[in-house]
Design a protein. Structure first.
Length: 127
């Protein structure tokens, strides 16, 4: 099985989560969630926030899978939605690309790059 890689990119007012899908919570996903436990405690136990109320943050989840099933992304989507809620990022959508299995193969997808660019532009515009 290939190495799972997760990246969380934050730029001021928006977040991108780019990930290969995993059918259940993978080790790197668990590590990422554990790193945000302090956010969960602050929000739900201490009733405090790391983010000022006037600061709106939106995020999208972009994921690829070598499998040929869109429903395979659902478990990862649930995890990302929970993470976004905990770190006070509004889930603004997702881009899922099945049948992308090899490094760089996404570049050959007929719509992926333009869809990701448009989604990023929309996040910035929503600011």
């Amino acid at each position: 099985m290939g190495e799972e890689r997760l990246s969380l990119f934050g730029v001021d007012k928006w977040k991108f989560w780019v990930s290969p899908e995993v059918p259940a919570e993978g080790g790197n996903t668990q590590l990422l969630l554990d790193r945000f436990q302090c956010w969960w405690v602050a929000k739900y136990v201490l009733k405090r926030s790391f983010v000022p109320k006037e600061r709106k943050r939106n995020g999208i989840f972009i994921s690829v899978s070598g499998r040929d099933r869109l429903d395979y992304f659902e478990s990862a989507k649930k995890i990302v939605k929970i993470l976004f809620a905990n770190i006070e990022v509004t889930y603004a959508g997702e881009l899922f690309y099945p049948r992308v299995d090899k490094k760089g193969e996404i570049l050959d997808h007929p719509t992926a790059i333009n869809e990701a660019l448009t989604a990023g532009e929309n996040l910035v515009a929503a600011g």
